[in-house]
Design a binder for this molecule. Structure first.
Ligand SMILES: [Fe+2]
Ligand SMILES: [Fe+2]
Length: 331
């Protein structure tokens, strides 16, 4: 299924979703269960297939990691990191990882704690400080500034990779422009974090060589089409609902940019898919589907009432609905 997604249609969709949430926006639905960081709390578990039954089921890029894991169970972490990064955030912190047999194929069972939303994470990004420092808003701002700063690199890498694969100039230019937007976001949110007494963690990134088109398409599908698209929607909500006036003002500009970045992700998706063979296209689509499911599941985790008030973040019911509506629109 081909999905045509441009900036105007995304903005219209976001407006519809947020209008449908209006009763909740004014309803003050504060729950008592809390996770004061605004990050999904607790451990999550996923079983991710890495080799289908029969032959030809192993993605060439993980063959090596799989062999190492099969040779020694203590050597499975890189495989789990890789598998997890194809479905959700690469800097989710992995707590457990094992190789199991599923329907005659192989899968990894991963236990992990996911990270906060807010940016496009490049492959090779080291985890920032764990969320949960001084005030809830300060901790959220610091974690968000970290991801905004990581997004500067994510878009610079994307621009270089599109160019290296002979992609269209407008896409390369848009990725560079997005990288500049992210620098502005990192500065604005970083300043707000500093005002709340928290220094955002520095971005540590291992630069990788230009990747094959499937890896680029998969990362873009997960980080752009799923996670940044959702982050853009959440940013639009925050621009309307943040109780902290400085943050609300900052989010208005950020939401506009992020909606453009989400549209860029879908444009990159369209371009990259055209270069993939049908099997690779199916794998990318499957990675997107899994990422979308993981995103919906993460929203069910308790959110912080303080952050809902101050940062304008949605509560778990509304966030789940928002993620589900996007999932239904883009499946
Ligand atoms: Fe951003
Ligand atoms: Fe962005």
């Amino acid at each position: 299924l081909e999905v045509a997604v441009d900036h105007a249609s995304l903005a219209a969709l976001f407006r519809r979703i947020l209008l449908a949430s209006a009763p909740i926006l004014s309803g003050g639905c504060f729950s008592t269960s809390t996770n004061t960081t605004g990050c999904p709390a607790g451990e999550m578990h996923r079983t991710i297939v890495v080799a289908e039954a029969g032959d030809g089921g192993v993605d060439a890029s993980i063959e090596d990691l799989l062999a190492r894991c099969q040779a020694s169970a203590t050597d499975c972490l890189p495989l789990c990191e890789r598998a997890l990064s194809s479905t959700t955030s690469p800097n989710g912190q992995i707590k457990g990882c094992s190789l199991v047999t599923v329907d005659g194929g192989l899968a990894v069972q991963v236990a992990y704690t996911p990270v906060c939303l807010g940016g496009r994470r490049p492959e090779g990004l080291a985890p920032g400080l764990p969320c949960g420092d001084p005030s809830p808003l300060g901790a959220w701002l610091a974690a968000t500034a970290h991801l905004e700063a990581a997004s500067i690199d994510a878009f610079a890498i994307l621009a270089a990779e599109i160019e290296a694969h002979g992609g269209p100039r407008p896409l390369v230019r848009a990725a560079h422009a997005a990288s500049r937007d992210e620098r502005r976001h990192a500065n604005v949110i970083g300043l707000l974090a500093a005002r709340h007494g928290v220094a955002p963690p520095a971005v540590t990134l291992t630069r990788r060589p230009i990747r094959d088109i499937e890896s680029i398409a998969r990362e873009n599908a997960v980080e752009g089409c799923v996670r940044e698209t959702f982050a853009a929607l959440v940013a639009c909500r925050q621009a309307r609902a943040a109780g902290d006036p400085a943050l609300g003002a900052a989010m208005a500009g950020i939401a506009r940019d992020e909606t453009r970045h989400a549209a860029l992700a879908w444009a990159v998706d369209g371009w990259a898919r055209g270069l993939l063979d049908p099997a690779a296209r199916r794998r990318v689509r499957e990675a997107r589907r899994q990422a979308s499911e993981a995103l919906v599941a993460e929203q069910a985790l308790p959110s912080s009432p303080i952050l809902r008030r101050q940062a304008g973040l949605p509560g778990e019911d509304e966030a789940t609905r928002m993620a589900e509506v996007l999932q239904a629109n883009f499946s």
